[in-house]
Design a binder for this molecule. Structure first.
Ligand code: ZN
Length: 250
């Protein structure tokens, strides 16, 4: 006896679905027609030719422009499956970026870069080690990237852990790499722990600058390329509250 009731309910649901679908399609057609000038620019894929004409200065400008698009909410239009196909045979990234592991700083997104655009090395506290330095040498000397960028960020847990002398498994050794940056920050009027946001910020900047110095000092390959002007080295700080990267002047 329940069958007619079930059939009637199913039919009503089917009819409602049809009506809703038709409504969506009609509103899509009427509301979303854009003229060519309204459409955001689509993203170019890096090629051997585009990499060859990129200078260190242009590479830095591209990162700054990308972050500007991200902050303004107008990133380039991306067709990721097409970018996958276009880059499958080879890669020609214009920069290598070292940044923190932090989930709130996904570096390709905040720089509005797509597949094949940049090399990305991420580790807590954006610290340097031999493997990352070797990766940078590969990126620049072998593949032709024109810029090394080190991007720290505000309110970094790794920096806070280092200033608070946190000890935890393998993290202890990682945080030890940040200690020299802490020593470079003046103690005057500061409590020197993670409760002092200004102090944490100063250590984060000192850490970025320390890593930049270490990249140059510890890699003869990178140093030679820098001295010849073949590549550039830049540093900056990502603000978790605004999405903006403040690139350092020098
Ligand atoms: Zn961090």
């Amino acid at each position: 006896m329940k069958t007619p009731l079930i059939r009637s309910t199913l039919f009503t649901t089917f009819l409602a679905t049809l009506l809703v679908t038709a409504g969506c399609q009609s509103s899509r057609q009427s509301c979303c027609t854009m003229s060519a000038s309204d459409r955001p620019a689509s993203a170019p894929v890096q090629t051997r030719e585009s990499q060859a004409v990129t200078t260190p200065h242009k590479a830095l400008a591209a990162l700054k422009d990308g972050n500007g698009r991200f902050v303004s909410g107008h990133p380039l239009v991306r067709n990721f499956p097409a970018e996958v196909k276009a880059t499958a045979a080879g890669q020609f990234p214009f920069a290598v970026v070292l940044s923190c592991l932090d989930s709130r700083q996904p570096i390709e997104i905040v720089l509005d870069q797509g597949i094949g655009d940049i090399f990305s090395a991420r580790v807590a506290g954006n610290v340097l080690n031999d493997d990352i330095l070797g990766s940078m040498e590969f990126a620049c000397k072998v593949v032709g990237a024109k810029l090394i960028a080190v991007i720290g960020h505000s309110n970094c847990g790794a920096i806070k852990g280092a200033v608070d002398n946190v000890e935890l498994g393998n993290l202890t050794g990682l945080l030890a790499r940040i200690k020299p940056a802490i020593e470079q920050v003046s103690a005057e009027g500061q409590v020197r722990n993670s409760k002092d946001a200004a102090f944490v910020g100063k250590v984060a900047e000192a850490n970025v600058r320390l890593v930049m110095r270490e990249i140059r000092e510890r890699s003869p390959i990178v140093r030679e390329m820098l001295d010849k002007g073949q590549i550039g080295l830049a540093g900056g700080m990502y603000d978790l509250s605004t999405g903006k990267i403040d690139f350092y002047k020098n």
